[in-house]
Design a protein around this ligand. Structure first.
Ligand code: GDP
Length: 297
């Protein structure tokens, strides 16, 4: 396993002369360790570099509190800055779903956990927020994906739009809107088709669906273990269709979650939820403090 940042910095500061305040050299030495720790946590290089630069100024000249060691002091400064960057505006779990029926568009690459997350979120909205939710799969390329959502719906007690063969994604989206309106649903969730890679056809289809229903939320589902790739995917989806938030899946894995920091720093989009397993209740609202602790190790 990785050596955690406190241990690293403890070692660094033992070798330095103890002074009343953190000197520029002390801070520089410590920040080298911080940079390595961030890179090991899968934070992208430019983001790690900028982050270290930002805290360099904050740390230099800070008086070392008697009760803690210089190493602990730097860890605290780093932790606070991590939380600062990771925190988006408002409550991450509060989706804009007033004005029924509110459309939520779920986008992302195939295998990112999009369908699973659609189910998890539908369950959460039903049980925690007392909403009536309708789910629809727009994956016209893989009939199995439509079946998968229907099975999930039965499992969690959430309605799904009946499958009609031969419709386009936009036609399904419009039918979902109609059924949600007539059926008195509060929310309808559209699980769009994913591809292994971003391509023009996928993006055009998502754009057409977006224009057809004008979603209140467009949530990008990305695999939190894919680091830099996750950030690139977010940038492309945001440029093309505009996303209102991100769900990072597989955060139950071994990764240190550095993708969260890169995601925030590069896209500026709020991370709303994290997926923590395959089960339907393995979805938490994003907590900057927890991820910061994990990145630091
Ligand atoms: P989609 O192609 O994007 O719709 O992906 P799926 O929803 O079908 O998920 C692909 C696989 O990832 C499935 O086996 C899911 O159970 C699994 N999965 C989804 N989210 C998570 C998560 O947060 N943690 C873990 N460990 N597995 C997940």
């Amino acid at each position: 396993m990785f050596e955690n940042l406190s241990e690293r910095l403890g070692g660094v500061f033992d070798r330095l002369t103890k002074q009343g305040a953190l000197s520029e050299d002390d801070v520089k030495t410590a920040l080298r360790e911080v940079r390595v720790a961030l890179l090991e946590a899968d934070v992208s290089l430019p983001v790690a570099r900028d982050f270290v630069k930002a805290i360099q100024d904050k740390a230099t000249g800070q008086a070392v509190t008697k009760s803690i060691t210089p190493g602990q002091q730097v860890v605290k400064i780093v932790h606070d800055e991590l939380v600062h960057v990771l925190t988006g505006e408002g409550d991450p779990g509060a989706l804009k779903i007033d004005n029924a029926p509110a459309p939520i568009l779920m986008v992302g690459l195939q295998g990112s956990g999009k369908t699973t997350t659609t189910g998890k979120l539908a369950k959460r909205l039903t049980e925690k927020n007392g909403k009536r939710v309708l789910m629809a799969s727009l994956d016209i390329y893989r009939p199995a994906a439509q079946q998968q959502l229907a099975i999930l719906g039965t499992q969690i007690g959430v309605d799904t739009l009946p499958i009609v063969a031969g419709e386009s994604a936009v036609q399904i989206a419009k039918r979902a809107k109609q059924q949600a309106t007539l059926g008195g649903y509060d929310v309808y969730m559209l699980d769009t088709a994913g591809r292994l890679h971003i391509d023009e056809t996928l993006m055009q289809e998502v754009e057409d669906v977006r224009n057809a229903v004008n979603p209140r939320e467009t949530l990008l589902v990305v695999d939190g273990l894919t680091g830099q790739v996750a950030v690139e995917v977010a940038e492309e989806f945001d440029a093309k269709v505009g996303i209102t938030g991100v769900v990072l899946t597989r955060m139950d894995g071994d990764g240190r979650g550095g993708a969260a920091l890169s995601m925030r720093a590069v896209t500026g989009k709020p991370i709303r939820f994290v997926g923590l397993g395959e089960k339907m209740d393995a979805l938490d609202t994003f907590e900057p403090d927890r991820i910061a602790g994990r990145i630091l190790g």
